[in-house]
Write a protein that binds this ligand. Structure first.
Ligand SMILES: [Zn+2]
Ligand SMILES: [Zn+2]
Length: 275
């Protein structure tokens, strides 16, 4: 089984459970390592129609203290302090400053915006788009992912095909094109060149795309290049911690993986998993 969940949110952002409730769920699920990776602050220009920004800002210090307190526990799952940092190509100084504020074990690079558009917010945003427009966004997503990797600021590339969320059928066709495959290959190569890992996440199974992030087409390229992987539930509720990890283990094993990585003090360690 997989004994590490590196991607978990709490009620300090838009999650529904406290730090302690998430930790107890990790314990109940038999995890050896529980990584907290709350959302980062974002510059004001990058906003969702519904926002948790003020609540996050007001309680962030409390969040850090709660996680640090769990780190001191003598037994139970080992706790890591991470951050899911939103990536914006023109905001690298903001990112650098944000990630330097606390002693994070790892930084997950989360790509949720193209320009100032939070593309993962609603299906209604995607419905009027033509096939060509959708494909242009897929390409922009992977070009931005390359920039994120090249920034050297992140350790893990989160949900590496999140852009498929509201248009899975079109995305599945797009990834069969050789130009798309080449672009994805360049993105995964950039992840590797910058000593990052690629996340395999069960969150997609709970979303409209109903598919693990990343799906088979991206996974095939990832396995061919042998990019290091991490496992994640992207839990926003204690019931999601370690969600479908048996499926993630079987999926990664099908592509030849036998070990994943995690990060302590921003440097990685390998650990094997059993399907
Ligand atoms: Zn995310
Ligand atoms: Zn997340």
């Amino acid at each position: 089984m997989i004994k590490i969940d590196l991607h978990n949110h709490t009620s300090h952002s838009h999650g529904q459970s406290s730090v302690e409730e998430m930790y107890n769920a990790a314990k109940e699920n038999g995890l050896e390592i529980m990584g907290f990776s709350e959302h980062s602050p974002r510059p004001a220009a990058y906003s969702y129609p519904t926002e948790y920004r003020d609540h996050l800002a007001a309680t962030f210090e409390q969040y850090i203290q709660s996680v640090q307190a769990l780190k001191q526990l003598p037994d139970g799952p080992k706790v890591l302090l991470g951050l899911e940092m939103d990536y914006f190509p023109s905001e690298e100084s903001f990112i650098r400053e944000t990630i330097s504020k606390y002693d994070y074990d790892y930084i997950i690079g989360g790509l949720h915006f193209l320009g100032t558009w939070g593309f993962d917010h609603s299906r209604e945003d995607w419905q009027p788009l033509s096939e060509d427009e959708k494909c242009a966004f897929y390409a922009e997503y992977y070009e931005t992912l390359i920039k994120m990797a090249q920034s050297g600021l992140m350790n893990i590339a989160a949900h590496p095909d999140l852009i498929k969320l509201f248009s899975i059928d079109t995305f599945r066709e797009w990834v069969q094109e050789s130009s798309a495959k080449n672009l994805i290959r360049r993105a995964i190569a950039a992840i590797m060149e910058n000593n990052m890992a690629m996340e395999i996440s069960s969150a997609g199974l709970r979303k409209p795309c109903k598919e693990i992030y990343p799906g088979p087409a991206v996974m095939e390229i990832a396995a061919e290049l042998n990019v290091p992987i991490t496992f994640a539930s992207d839990a926003h509720h204690f019931g999601h911690v370690a969600h479908a990890f048996d499926r993630l283990a079987a999926y990664a094993a099908d592509y030849g993986y036998t070990e994943s990585v995690y990060y302590c003090n921003r440097s990685w360690r390998k650990i094997s998993f059993q399907p």
